[in-house]
Design a protein around this ligand. Structure first.
Ligand code: CMP
Length: 139
């Protein structure tokens, strides 16, 4: 195990439903630490840039529309194996398949409106953190 940073997003469905505080509480009760946080509404260009890897996918347009539909909370989470730990806490992409005890089961709706995002690997975590927190100096 090693200390890692990962990018988490509380998506527009979470914020609009008034669940941001609840998800933050779940994180605070976990081994992960919130070491950076921003509240913002993504522009279409920001959403397209963030999800550029999915730009050829049929769901890309709807995903960008959803992600710009309201404010989000973007955070850097830090801890031992933070990437896998946060992904386990979130549950699978499709909220309908998420097991009990996961954030997507509790707060997500389906595969698109899935409450939260988490980086999937160390390289993507570094890129995604730099995307929202350029120049941030994380220990
Ligand atoms: P996220 O973990 O943020 O990464 C990419 C997002 O695209 C994903 O969560 C979902 O919100 C969305 N997504 C992935 N697959 C599909 C799909 N088949 N249909 C609609 N949205 C999807």
């Amino acid at each position: 195990m090693s200390k890692q940073n990962t990018l988490a997003i509380l998506k527009p469905d979470t914020v609009a439903a008034g669940n941001a505080g609840k998800v933050i509480s779940v994180i605070e009760d976990s081994p992960l630490e919130i070491v950076a946080m921003r509240f913002l509404k993504l522009s279409l260009n920001q959403a397209k840039g963030f999800y550029a890897v999915h730009k050829k996918r049929p769901f890309f347009k709807d995903l960008c529309r959803f992600m710009t539909s309201g404010p989000v909370v973007v955070m850097v989470l830090q801890g031992e194996d933070a990437i896998a730990t946060w992904r386990d806490m979130m549950g699978p992409t499709n909220s309908k398949e998420a097991p009990k005890g996961t954030i997507r089961r509790a707060f997500g709706t389906d595969i698109e409106r899935n409450a939260v995002h988490g980086s999937d690997a160390p390289e993507t975590a570094a890129e995604e953190i730099g995307y929202f927190f350029p120049g941030i100096d994380l220990v």
